[in-house]
Ligand binder design. Structure first.
Ligand code: ISL
Ligand code: CA
Length: 561
């Protein structure tokens, strides 16, 4: 298999707003990030993915960009940014920027112009349609609830926005728009960045007819219409063009965030022959605790389903493309609260989840605070939440669907994106050492026990365990390049798999429960000798691997010959 630096790397995602505030305004910033680069280096990180740092009115925390070539004032200046990139490179790390080009902010100059008149030169930069029978052009539902169409009285037409109404969708059909995006990407690459994480990149091409969804697929007036824009008609054409004009000129890493993507489709994007991107972020494992794909409709997750999802991705991409491995990001609940146990077994289950993920084939992504086992939060009131998606759902559910707030809050506690956006917990001082002012979003009250200062100094911490995991990856090509095979497919408590490279094998055994299930090696499983590789509990190294009892959330990895 072809060797690539981005296959051997571990990526750390920074959500700048919540990472580290350096000037007491309560908002994380670039100088704060610079202060913490040594911390990331110590963890062993190779690549940093920065959530958006561009100028933005912050309707969606920077995912609504009003100028792609400026740095958000709250985060610092272009000089600060350049210094940060130099400091990252000086430490032998790389930087990947977020590329948000499905939409801009409505305050972007292109849109300010576009909405002025039907014959404005920027009109076709966005997607405008007349109303239908005095209503929206179609009954599509936006990701943040409500319609995907917003009426604009200046020209008596509607514009499309798959996200908030302050995030109008760009019209990729327009070659000028595409060229603007490519020029902007080149401009950043010339500033020496090392790649892009592409926000919602598989929805940029839409069915231009904007047909109504006739059969209701959800409660309410607006309906999910993703079949008309996910992997839309011209998506591969656009990405091939982007590859030819931009990506192929640089040795960079690319990862596309892709809604509703399945492996069969993903291979078209990431295959090493004529694919366009290096990796995709799929959501299939993020849906296993949701009913009917509705993230707010909670359901306990089923380990067998998780095995199916992960194994399909591992096997379908094997030898063809490359997987991204993640359990958390700025849009997802904290994995230890979601898939582990954030009470009695917080430390054990966080280590188990990290091991289970990092031992698969692909590039692992660590989201800020994951290395500390940061947990979900319950803010006292809906007023304390900031996330656009959460507030949109709350409003829709209470106003349009007549739901009781009491009924909705448990979903918010479990799934709100704000769970991931509470300030990074640096130490046990006020506001977790994140800011000397008032944080823009509440700190998780558990920072006195869960914080980086404690973790860095504690040899048994999750942080130091992650360091070890990452170190092992550097020293053992099998972790990067070995092939994956599931064993014990039907076990409901234990997730076990192997990795194979030449004569070497790794055996990974992970208990996803607080019970004590017995692991039994499948009959006739071939091996000559075994050695413990990494584990989250003390293990008697002489113990036979044929059969053993697992402790709650125990994980063991053995190296076999
Ligand atoms: O978080 C989600 C589901 O849990 C999604 O609906 C999410 O909004 C979607 O995955 C798109 O995410 C990306 O684009 C959004 C932005 O709000 C997210 O933060 C970003 O990661 C719009 O730019
Ligand atoms: Ca600040």
């Amino acid at each position: 298999m072809e060797k690539k630096w981005w296959k051997e790397s571990v990526v750390y995602q920074i959500y700048p707003r919540s990472f580290k505030d350096s000037n007491g305004d309560g908002i994380g910033d670039i100088n704060g990030i610079i202060e913490k680069l040594d911390y990331l280096k110590e963890l062993g990180i190779d690549v940093i993915w920065m959530s958006p740092m561009y100028e933005s009115p912050n309707d969606d925390n920077g995912y609504d960009i009003s100028d792609y070539q400026k740095i958000m004032d709250e985060f610092g200046t272009m000089e600060d940014y350049e210094r940060m990139v130099a400091e990252i490179h000086k430490r032998g790390m790389k930087i990947v920027m977020d590329l948000v080009v499905n939409h801009t902010s409505d305050e972007h100059n292109w849109f300010v112009e576009s909405r002025k008149s039907k014959d404005n030169p920027y009109r076709d930069y966005y997607i405008w349609r007349p109303g239908k029978d005095g209503k929206e052009p179609s009954n599509w539902q936006s990701y943040f609830s409500g319609s995907t169409w917003e009426y604009d009285k200046t020209t008596d037409e509607y514009y499309l926005h798959l996200f908030s109404k302050k995030q109008p969708d760009l019209n990729w059909e327009n070659p000028k728009v595409r060229q603007e995006v490519y020029d902007m990407m080149t401009w950043w690459l010339e500033k020496d960045i090392d790649g892009f994480r592409m926000d919602m990149i598989n929805v940029i091409s839409k069915n231009k007819d904007f047909p109504d969804i006739t059969r209701k697929n959800r409660e309410g007036n607006y309906q999910w219409a993703s079949k008309h824009f996910v992997n839309g008609p011209k998506i591969h054409e656009y990405l091939q063009e982007m590859k030819e004009k931009v990506l192929s000129n640089y040795d960079i890493m690319t990862v596309g965030e892709m809604q509703e993507i399945i492996p069969e489709e993903a291979v078209k994007y990431v295959n090493s022959e004529d694919g366009t991107l290096n990796m995709v972020f799929h959501f299939q494992h993020m849906r296993i605790d949701a009913r009917n794909g509705n993230k707010w409709d909670l359901k306990p997750f089923d380990l067998i389903e998780l095995k199916e999802v992960m194994t399909t991705w591992q096997k379908e991409l094997e030898g063809k493309g490359w997987n991204s491995l993640y359990l958390s990001n700025h849009d997802q609940a904290r994995p230890v609260s979601r898939f582990g146990n954030d009470k009695e077994y917080r430390i054990e289950s966080a280590k188990m989840l990290g091991t289970w993920l990092h031992m698969m084939q692909g590039t692992p992504y660590v989201y800020q605070g994951e290395e500390l086992g940061m947990t979900n939060v319950k803010f006292p009131s809906i007023e304390d939440y900031h996330c656009r998606e959460t507030l949109g759902m709350y409003e829709d559910a209470t106003k349009n669907l007549g739901k009781d707030p009491e009924e909705i809050m448990p979903s918010i506690y479990a799934k709100s994106r704000d769970n991931a956006r509470t300030p990074m917990q640096w130490d046990d001082s006020e506001n977790a050492g994140f800011t000397e002012g008032t944080p823009w979003i509440m700190v998780n009250p558990n920072y006195k026990e869960i914080n980086a200062k404690q973790a860095v100094n504690d040899p048994n911490s999750i942080f130091n365990y992650y360091r070890k995991l990452i170190r092992l990856r550097k020293d053992n090509p099998i972790i990067v390049y070995g092939t994956y095979d599931l064993i014990l497919k039907d076990d409901e408590k234990i997730y076990a798999y192997t990795r194979t490279l030449g004569n070497e094998k790794l055996l990974v055994v992970a208990n996803f429960t607080s019970e004590k299930p017995i692991f039994k090696l499948p009959e006739g499983f071939p091996y000559k000798s075994y050695q413990l590789f990494i584990a989250n509990y003390d293990v008697d190294e002489g113990e036979s691997i044929e059969s053993f009892v697992l402790k709650p959330y125990e994980v063991r990895v053995y190296k076999l010959d």
